[in-house]
Ligand binder design. Structure first.
Ligand code: PMV
Length: 374
């Protein structure tokens, strides 16, 4: 019988490589954001999820990152420090450095060549800066993929499967949900007894045939509150330690995974909506019942949710919503409802957005490499 091999941490340690294979050059990746249908909220060190999550990879909300690398001279190398500069949308960004420094420290044992190079990291987002859309997933996955391209130069024997799994593994150590931003279209992260080959260490493609109802599923993101997140996800995840409802929440999420596994195969949109909306509200319920507690929804978030419910009731549409850890609303609907849903969104929902800003997106196929030269 065909045996599925699930990788462990030690499989990701690069031991056989030759730095002389890449003296200088650059690589560019374009990587997408993702929206969770069943949410990850709560983790253990080192960035291991308390429950399984599943997400749609997006198509238009992306980060483009170029990694320039130059082998250090032997004298420089003896200092043995990470050396990198960061630019975001053309401007030097020293305030991004501590997060990347921490990321490099976390992944150094798996990519031991990090201290052999000087790096320049240049990033930009396809979505407006300060739109309130989390860029950590696409940003960290982009950087992880750039590093994997460099690893492949140093060790060309690695397979595409390993390349993607290790990119996801590294991205996870930067930002948990980033591990779901390597491939498309549906990615599962977190070991689950009913999802074959699932792992806490990296994301895997949903391994079953998906019903056509979910082909090219649409996600219109309504920007209710643009700006920096009120509560960082690090703080949010930490509040799940000692949370009175944490255990129940992790159980609920894992049950939702069992259910959504069936729904994604049988195309039951009613059940899909029930799971996805319950997940969004459960995530926010966790925030409202933590200590300290907080509310990330804004009055306009609730107005949009009620409008969606009224519209669904009146028209029989399969439109629904989900939320991230913020006030913005992701409006999800099947492709065949695109025209009807867009009209409804423009006529009735964008009045609740900041400056009527919104982004039309849909499910995407994952990251791709734009350039690699030396
Ligand atoms: O990847 P993090 O640590 O920023 O956590 C993201 C958590 C949510 O976006 C709220 C849910 C999820 O599964 O993406």
């Amino acid at each position: 019988m065909f045996k599925i091999y699930i990788l462990t941490e030690t499989d990701f340690i690069l031991s056989n490589f030759d730095v002389a294979k890449a003296s200088c050059g650059s690589v560019t990746w374009k990587t997408p954001s993702n929206i969770a249908l069943v949410k990850y909220w709560g983790k253990q060190e080192p960035q291991l999820p308390e429950n399984t999550s599943i997400s749609f990879t997006l198509n238009n909300c992306c980060t483009i990152t170029t990694l320039e690398y130059k082998l250090k001279s032997e004298v420089q190398n003896s200092e043995s420090e990470f050396n990198f500069e960061v630019f975001f949308e053309g401007k030097k960004k020293d305030d991004f450095k501590p997060k990347i420094q921490k990321f490099f420290q976390r992944i150094a044992q798996y990519v031991p060549f990090l201290k052999d190079f000087d790096f320049v990291i240049k990033s930009e987002n396809s979505f407006p800066h300060s739109s309130g859309i989390a860029s950590s997933a696409s940003g960290m996955s982009a950087l992880a993929l750039c590093l994997m391209s460099l690893e492949k130069k140093l060790n060309p024997t690695i397979t595409n499967k390993y390349f993607n799994e290790k990119a996801s593994f590294l991205a996870r150590l930067g930002s948990g949900s980033a591990c779901r931003s390597i491939e498309g279209e549906l990615i599962v992260w977190g070991k689950h007894p009913e999802i074959e080959a699932s792992s806490d260490l990296y994301g895997v493609k949903f391994p079953y045939k998906v019903h056509k109802n979910f082909n090219n599923y649409q996600d219109t993101i309504l920007l209710v509150d643009e700006g920096v997140k009120q509560v960082s996800s690090t703080v949010g995840h930490n509040l799940m330690y000692n949370h009175p409802f944490a255990k129940q929440r992790f159980k609920q999420a894992n049950n939702h995974i069992s259910k959504i596994k069936e729904v994604l195969q049988n195309g039951d949109l009613k059940e899909f909506i029930a799971i996805v909306e319950s997940e969004a509200l459960s995530l926010h319920a966790m925030m409202m019942t933590s200590s300290p507690y907080f509310i990330l929804m804004k009055p306009n978030t609730l107005k949009i949710i009620h409008k969606i419910w009224e519209f669904r009731e009146a028209t029989g549409s399969s439109i629904c919503f989900t939320l991230d850890a913020g006030a913005n609303v992701h409006v999800l609907f099947p492709e065949h409802e695109k025209e009807k849903a867009n009209k409804f969104i423009v006529n009735e929902l964008i009045q609740f957005c900041q400056e009527k800003h919104y982004i039309c997106d849909s499910v995407g196929k994952g990251a791709f490499q734009l350039t690699m030269d030396n």
